[in-house]
Design a protein around this ligand. Structure first.
Ligand SMILES: NCc1[nH]cc(CCC(=O)O)c1CC(=O)O
Ligand SMILES: [Mg+2]
Length: 323
């Protein structure tokens, strides 16, 4: 036996030396949930350890993350039912919690990177990502609302806009709207391949944003499809996206790898709410060892080709020194 791969595993020093992939604070994006009120912090029951914060406490949470070297945040609002309507009007309210949160985070932490979610669902009385007419989710009519929302986010100080709705043509439409108003430096992280997944359940609990009828299968992708992600990726590149995202991550590592091999833009993986809940539940039952499970899962996403990972584990892995 001339070749013995085990020689490169014989000590910790050598294992570290030949390690191919690494996880760093700068690879991670932390999603944060916002609620109305003062001094409010409510745990998402299906996501132990994850809270919805009123803006005052959100700023404290951002500060403690910044101190850990975690500097990129993706903000999501929990909007009161009474403020929802068919047109997502509340999304443009300058005094509403979302635009205010963006302004405040950027004001107190100008060196942070704020990503904003562009889609109608948190504000929609239909609970869908697009405008609904006679039970149909309209594409082109939704684009204007998304463009207005993007402009409001950019004006509030967002560094990166992340359209998460899977409408066709939205990246180009938003890019042109931003550019026409002088926001040529506002980036777009496209939810390029977002699947109609069962793993979004806990997120919809967090936002109380589940669809009021039907499902999202006419806009989100079929979990059985891989090549279709290449069609979506090519359009997003052409339309001026700065990042391509795959979501969820764990059941779609092949799609992460496919986009990485075919496009030169940075690839983001969204380690979604259900993936977080699954691990936490098994850990609570004593069935899985927490730190090793979480770091193995995140490393799998890096190995598949993710340049950045949106994950609810972002803060804990740094706080507890797991990476
Ligand atoms: N625009 C909706 C949106 N943006 C992010 C998530 C899910 C994130 C997660 O599960 O962590 C969803 C849910 C959905 O499509 O219904
Ligand atoms: Mg698309």
């Amino acid at each position: 036996m001339l070749s013995r791969p085990r020689r490169n595993r014989k000590s910790q020093v050598i294992r570290d030396m030949v390690q191919e992939n690494h996880l760093r604070a700068s690879d991670l994006i932390f999603p944060l949930f916002i609620i109305d009120g003062q001094n409010k912090k409510t745990e998402v029951s299906s996501m132990p350890g994850i809270y919805r914060y009123s803006i005052d406490l959100l700023l404290k949470e951002v500060e403690s993350c910044m101190n850990l070297g975690l500097k990129t945040f993706d903000l999501f609002p929990n909007i009161e039912e009474s403020k929802k309507d068919k047109f997502a009007t509340e999304s443009l309210n300058k005094d509403g919690i979302y635009l205010k949160a963006i302004r405040e985070v950027k004001k107190y932490f100008p060196e942070s990177c704020v990503i904003t979610d562009v889609a109608m669902d948190p504000y929609s009385s239909d609970g869908h990502d697009g405008l609904v007419e006679n039970g149909e989710i309209l594409n082109d009519e939704t684009l204007d609302i998304l463009a207005e929302m993007s402009l409001a986010h950019a004006e509030a100080g967002a560094d990166i806009i992340a359209p998460s709705d899977m409408m066709d043509g939205r990246v180009g439409y938003i890019r042109e709207a931003l550019d026409s108003q002088g926001f040529t430096n506002t980036s777009i992280m496209s939810y390029t391949a977002k699947y109609a997944s069962a793993f979004y359940g806990p997120f919809r609990d967090a936002l109380e944003s589940a669809p009021k009828f039907g499902d999202k299968k006419t806009y989100q992708m079929n979990p059985a499809n891989q090549r279709e992600a290449l069609i979506e990726g090519a359009f997003d590149v052409e339309e001026g996206a700065d990042f391509l995202m795959v979501k969820p991550a764990l059941a779609y590592l092949d799609v992460i790898k496919l986009l990485k091999d075919n496009f030169d833009l940075p690839i983001a993986a969204y380690n979604v709410s259900g993936e977080y809940a699954m691990i936490k539940a098994a850990v609570q039952k004593g069935w899985l060892e927490e730190s090793r499970t979480i770091t193995e899962v995140l490393m799998g996403m890096k190995r598949a080709g993710a340049d950045v990972i949106l994950t609810y584990h972002a803060k804990e892995v740094l706080e507890k020194g797991w990476i």
